[in-house]
Design a protein. Structure first.
Length: 626
């Protein structure tokens, strides 16, 4: 996997150019050069790089693909899309999203009061806003205020109780108005159809959201009774995020389409739209055998347009406008997490660490001989001999017949023989060799928190593409597991012999080695937790001018230690005074040392929690790795 599956998940967004992975856009700078440029400005720890041009690419591809499908089938309804704010609410993302989506009439979806405020202030007037999730009276009132501001807003009914509140708020807002204004109304339906995978419970009769058929009829009668039927504009459904299989969607489309047609025929003449929710999947896999999506965007759009048209024709109703709320598809590709390797934990298994004696125990001497003479012809035999000798030698150590140096030499020699045998027999790919890779895997300590930056890996087992930023002209040989810097054994991306990740054997005393974690733009940021109080990494927006030159903008450094403590409601003033008092009152510190220590502690408090370690970058200079 020399290209790290880039042809599977990369979507031509990145390319390998000689030794480095580069952005496949404009001047095509390398991720390594951008990373080094930011670090030269003094920013430490992991970096989150945002690329607005990739947001624009996803939006334009989505709209153009549906436009193509509409033209092919002669579809009369319009296509609309909104971005669900729950996927990524960070300002650097949202500001870029709204900037690059100008001209597409692209809007936002909100699921809480705070998100609704973002939508009301960021969505251009006329572009759609949809409001989903459970709502109280205040949230519904905000929807009415948005409508009076001129927003094209649709509030989705999740239950009969919400509809009663909508009716109450409508009466209060418009009781003395000569020109009553209300938001458009949508009804979320609880389909019989359900999705598949981790988020399958978003659909089906046991779903958390939506109206049953009985409740839908009741809601229709209530809207009619309170003269709000003319506001009923949208039917909404959602069968789950990251929909890997197209079949459940097609089933759900038929069901929802028929509900739409039945409501139209019943008398909901203003009903004009069907919202298919999100679910458009992203390909995260780095291995062909485990690809997560069995359909293309073209197939997705064609199925939606064709099925809606087919139902409308059969039921003799107007073809509805089509809405999507595909957030993962829009956001995932736009960001890359870059983090440096701090340490390789298994590098003690090298020849320099051997401690040969003038007279080695016979089995250890034989291990020395096996390592010196192993070749392609005898590799399998010597491998088996080495493993057998190791078991015998460890037993001898337990019985006290060999010492600690002998045990160390045993471990190093067997590890080296396994590595060499795997290399010599690399074309065979047997189960035995795959299992042995577990024993020689290299542990890469990375300066990031999986809980903060890859929470879906920790919580759901979602894998993200990982690759180094350089050395890509060299074949990686180390079976790699990745350790984060949290004090938690769950902060590990373990080596999987069936889906292996191989990285390079780097001398970190001579150079830095950076890993990129890709497709992290959806959900990972806002779901990230401050485990061990590691915070959102330093982020930067990478833009390109008309000449193709890149620019680093909107740099936001990771929170410093005092800001983190302040977020947890510690009184940082008291902390500051306590630290100063305890240094001043200590009888173990001289007056000169007190001033020096106070200066150091204030310096440390102004920095973030991510690690810094000094490594020799060359024989004559030292560099700071963070």
């Amino acid at each position: 996997m020399k290209n790290f599956g880039l042809n599977i998940w990369g979507d031509d967004n990145f390319i390998i150019d000689g030794d480095t992975v580069n952005i496949n856009y404009a001047s095509k700078p390398s991720l390594l050069s951008i990373t080094e440029e930011i670090r030269e400005k003094g920013y430490k720890g992991p970096l989150l790089l945002r690329f607005p041009h990739l947001i624009e690419k996803q939006i334009s591809t989505l709209f153009n693909t549906f436009a193509k499908a509409k033209k092919e089938f002669g579809y009369q309804g319009n296509f609309h899309a909104v971005f669900p704010l729950k996927v990524n609410q960070y300002p650097n993302f949202i500001n870029a999203l709204m900037e690059v989506s100008e001209g597409y009439d692209y809007g936002l979806e909100a699921g809480s009061k705070a998100e609704l405020i973002i939508a009301m202030t960021k969505t251009p007037l006329g572009a759609p806003i949809t409001v989903n999730g459970f709502k109280d009276k205040e949230m519904i009132a905000l929807c009415f205020i948005a409508a009076k501001m001129g927003h094209n807003i649709t509030v989705t009914i999740e239950g009969i109780g919400e509809l009663k509140t909508i009716i109450q708020v409508h009466e209060e807002f418009n009781q003395q108005s000569t020109s009553p204004i209300a938001p458009k109304i949508g009804v979320r339906i609880r389909l019989h159809s359900s999705g598949i995978g981790i988020w399958a419970k978003s659909g089906g009769y046991t779903s958390k959201f939506g109206l049953t058929s009985t409740e839908l009829l009741e809601a229709y009668e209530m809207l009619k009774e309170h003269t709000l039927l003319e506001n009923l504009w949208m039917v909404h459904f959602h069968i789950g995020s990251q929909m890997g299989d197209i079949a459940p969607l097609k089933k759900a489309l038929r069901e929802a389409g028929n509900i739409y047609a039945e409501l139209k025929r019943r008398g909901a003449t203003a009903l004009s739209a069907i919202n298919i929710g999100g679910g458009l999947a992203v390909e995260y896999s780095q291995h062909t055998a485990t690809q997560e999506r069995n359909y293309s965007l073209n197939e997705f759009a064609n199925d939606v347009v064709y099925l809606m048209q087919e139902i409308a024709k059969r039921k003799k109703v107007d073809e509805p406008d089509i809405f999507t709320e595909s957030g993962r598809y829009i956001a995932a590709a736009h960001s890359v997490l870059v983090a440096p390797v701090l340490e390789l934990f298994s590098q003690e298994y090298n020849e320099k660490c051997l401690r040969p004696k003038k007279q080695n125990p016979p089995l250890i001497q034989e291990l020395f001989d096996l390592f010196a003479t192993i070749n392609r012809t005898n590799a399998r035999e010597y491998l088996h001999d080495a493993l057998d000798h190791m078991e015998s030698l460890l037993t001898l150590f337990d019985l006290g017949y060999i010492d600690l140096e002998d045990r160390s030499n045993t471990e190093i020699l067997v590890n080296l023989i396994i590595k060499k045998a795997i290399f010599l027999l690399r074309d065979e790919g047997t189960d035995e060799l795959k299992k042995l890779q577990d024993r020689i895997q290299e542990r890469y300590l990375i300066n990031f928190s999986a809980f903060q930056s890859l929470p879906d890996f920790w919580g759901l087992g979602q894998h993200f593409p990982i690759m180094p930023l350089n050395h890509l002209s060299d074949k990686p040989t180390n079976p790699a597991s990745i350790w984060d810097i949290t004090c938690d054994s769950d902060g590990e991306i373990g080596f999987d012999r069936d889906l292996p990740l191989y990285l390079h054997d780097i001398d970190l005393s001579k150079e830095e080695y950076f890993l990129g974690f890709f497709l992290t733009g959806a959900y990972q940021e806002v779901l990230g937790m401050k485990h061990n109080l590691f915070t959102h990494p330093t982020e930067a927006v990478i833009t390109f001018d008309t000449e193709g030159k890149h620019h680093i903008e909107h740099l936001i450094e990771a929170q410093n230690l005092m800001d983190v403590l302040d977020d947890l409601d510690y009184d940082t003033g008291i902390i500051d005074k306590a630290l100063k008092y305890r240094i001043e009152e200590s009888t173990l510190i001289t007056p000169d040392e007190k001033r020096e220590l106070l200066g150091k502690i204030y310096l440390y408090l102004s920095e973030n929690s991510y690690l810094k370690t000094i490594q020799a970058i060359s024989e004559s200079t030292q560099g700071e790795i963070a």
